[in-house]
Structure formats: structure tokens, C-alpha cells
Design a binder for this molecule. Structure first.
Ligand SMILES: Cc1cc2nc3c(=O)[nH]c(=O)nc-3n(C[C@H](O)[C@H](O)[C@H](O)COP(=O)(O)OP(=O)(O)OC[C@H]3O[C@@H](n4cnc5c(N)ncnc54)[C@H](O)[C@@H]3O)c2cc1C
Length: 311
């Protein structure tokens, strides 16, 4: 129930205003977000790289409602990719970027898909120049088909463009089969949006079982699986499935969010696993923070207590 309430709060303008202006928000945000500017993102990426971790940097923002804002997000990625390259952080894809298509125009009505497609091409071109890759985040289920269509088109030119599939969606086993192709980079996560039962598993055990079925398909296929989860049981299962499929370390990777289970990130890297940290930065942290709260009641309780006592 708390999860649903927080996911609904993520859509509410009033709650957003309250949370964004509360002084305590800053300290909670700092745990999950690198900072607001490009320099913050580059600094945090360098720190993680120094600890032996790969990074995917996300410029925060979603559901952009006008063309100028969509262009500004595209420009932020172009600047970021240049800065990561200048800092020597992109070599061999050590630091790449994650992009939400709704932030670069997908939500802009009739022409949305066309605009997002153009911006995705431009960001991929900048990533190619910087010697690295891009992964398209997956958002709510109403965008899955158009995101996969844009992925297919851009992969014609940039075959390394990565996709995200969400194990909570009933359709995802089929999508895993479609995307398990040579060179195909697929991040599998549980899924972070409030989805109706008609399209998504709502019981945790069902989502976990779907995750395992999907990961089996990805691991036994010819693509490159990226296991995005903090779940200790699933992390163990991913390791076992990789061994079963005779994939060497580096033939797949683990991905975890910045600020979530940092000790586990280092433990896995210490075992020789490839570990990539998803590192968000930027002003638009509200929706992202609310989804992190929804995932972990302990985070939400801490945050709400602080809001009430200081607000
Ligand atoms: C790299 C990455 C990229 C992602 N990209 C997307 C995307 O494009 N689209 C999308 O919908 N979702 C995305 N997600 C979010 C994802 O869908 C889940 O909402 C999120 O990862 C939580 O699921 P979980 O697998 O960690 O399992 P959960 O069920 O949330 O957690 C399982 C267990 O993990 C441990 N755990 C979780 N959080 C913590 C914590 N803070 N501290 C200690 N232990 C903890 C606990 O043992 C917990 O019981 C992404 C996640 C990651 C890691």
C-alpha cells in the first residue's frame, strides 16, 4: 500500500512541491543522486571508476512536455558525453549513459516518437565519438512498444544500443526472446512503475520467478545480459545461471543503483564480476527519488519522519 501511495505521489504536483522545498530532501537526495551539474556527474563517475566499478550516467528528467526542454536534455547528454570522454572515463565503455525517451521528447504528442528517435540518434552519435555506449531506460508499460521500436531503428546504425526489460510485465519473456540476439545488450530489472494487474505481475514472488525465467533466456542466448537488481537471492541465481551457460565473468554484468547496497557493489567487483553503477544527476530528481522510496519502506519511513519533524 505504501508502495502504491509513493508511486502515486510521484505523479502529484502538490506533493512534489512539498518534497522539493523541504530542507531535509537535500540530504536524502544526496545519497541517491550525484549532484545537479555535469561536473558533479564526472566527479562521482571518476570516484566509482577508481573503486573498480563501471558506470551508467543518467541525466534526471522524464515526461518532458515541450520541445525546448527535450532539446535541452539532449544537449545535456552531448555535453556530458564530451566531459566523460575528456576526463578519460569512457574507454572501453567504462562509463556510458542511460536515457529515458520521455525526457527527450517521447511524451510530446503526435510527433513525440519522431522527436525522441532523432534525439536518440544524436546521443548515440555523440556516444560513438566518445567511444562508449547508450542504454534506453524503460518507463511505464504504455511506452514499451514505442521504446522497442525506437531501439530497433537506432540499432540499425548503433547495434550496441542497450535496452531495458521489466520482469514484472507479463509480456517480457517474449521480449527477452526477441532481443536475445548477437551483440544485443539487455538490462533486466524487476520494474519500478505502478502497473495494472492486466499487464503486470503484482505479487513479489511472481515477479521474482519471472525475473529468473527471463534471465535464463538472456543467459542462454547470444546477447549480453545486464542483471539490474539488489536482491541477494536473484544476484546468486544470476551467478549460477551464468556458470550454467558457461559465460565467463565480463560476459555479462551486474548493475546496481548509486547509493543502494554499496558494500555489495564492491563485494561483487572484488570477486571479479563486472559491476556497473547507475548514477543519476540533475535538477529533476523528484520522480526518481519517489520510486526509490517506494522500493524500500525503510528509506520512505526515514524520509517521512524527517519531513514531519522538520517540515
Ligand atoms: C541499474 C538499474 C537500472 C534500472 N533501470 C530501470 C528501468 O529502466 N526501468 C524500470 O522500471 N526500473 C529500473 N530499475 C529499477 C528496478 O526496476 C527496481 O525497481 C529496483 O531495482 C528495485 O528492485 P530490486 O531488484 O532491487 O528488488 P527489490 O525487491 O526492491 O529488493 C529486493 C531486496 O534487495 C535488497 N535491497 C533493495 N534495496 C536495498 C537497500 N536500499 N538497502 C539494502 N538492501 C536493499 C533487500 O534485500 C530487498 O529485499 C533499475 C534498477 C537498477 C539497479
Amino acid at each position: 500500500m505504501l508502495r502504491q501511495a509513493l508511486l502515486q505521489a510521484a505523479q502529484s504536483t502538490q506533493v512534489r512541491q512539498l518534497v522539493e522545498t523541504a530542507p531535509v530532501s537535500r540530504s536524502v537526495v544526496r545519497r541517491f543522486v550525484a549532484g545537479t551539474g555535469t561536473a558533479d556527474a564526472v566527479r562521482a563517475t571518476a570516484d566509482l571508476a577508481g573503486a573498480g566499478l563501471a558506470v551508467t550516467v543518467d541525466h534526471l528528467g522524464e515526461d518532458t512536455v515541450d520541445l525546448a526542454a527535450a532539446r535541452a536534455v539532449r544537449d545535456a547528454y552531448l555535453v556530458l558525453l564530451r566531459a566523460l570522454d575528456d576526463a578519460g572515463l569512457t574507454e572501453g565503455g567504462a562509463a556510458e549513459v542511460s536515457v529515458k525517451l520521455s525526457a527527450v521528447g517521447q511524451a510530446l504528442g503526435r510527433d513525440g516518437n519522431k522527436i525522441a528517435l532523432e534525439h536518440a540518434f544524436e546521443i548515440c552519435s555523440a556516444a560513438a565519438t566518445a567511444g562508449t555506449t547508450v542504454t534506453l531506460d524503460m518507463e511505464d508499460h504504455t511506452t514499451t512498444d514505442s521504446t522497442l521500436e525506437i531501439l530497433r531503428e537506432v540499432r540499425g546504425e548503433y547495434p550496441w544500443l542497450g535496452a531495458v526489460l521489466q520482469a514484472y510485465l507479463r509480456r517480457t519473456e517474449g521480449d527477452c526472446r526477441d532481443l536475445a540476439r548477437p551483440g544485443s545488450r539487455v538490462r533486466l530489472c524487476k520494474g519500478a512503475y505502478a502497473e495494472p494487474e492486466s499487464v503486470a505481475y503484482r505479487v513479489a514472488g511472481e515477479v521474482d520467478r519471472s525475473y529468473v525465467r527471463c534471465m535464463k533466456i538472456l543467459m542462454s542466448g547470444p546477447g549480453y545480459p545486464m542483471a539490474a537488481t539488489h536482491d541477494p537471492r536473484l544476484i546468486d541465481i544470476v551467478g549460477a545461471l551464468a556458470a550454467q551457460a558457461r559465460r565467463p565473468q565480463g560476459g555479462y554484468e551486474f548493475q546496481l543503483l548509486h547509493g543502494v547496497r554499496p558494500a555489495e557493489q564492491l563485494r561483487l567487483a572484488g570477486l571479479g564480476e563486472k559491476v556497473r553503477v547507475y548514477l543519476p544527476y540533475g535538477q529533476e530528481w523528484y520522480g526518481y527519488l519517489m520510486r526509490r522510496m517506494a522500493e524500500r519502506p525503510a528509506n520512505a519511513a526515514f524520509f517521512l519522519r524527517s519531513l514531519i519533524s522538520k517540515g
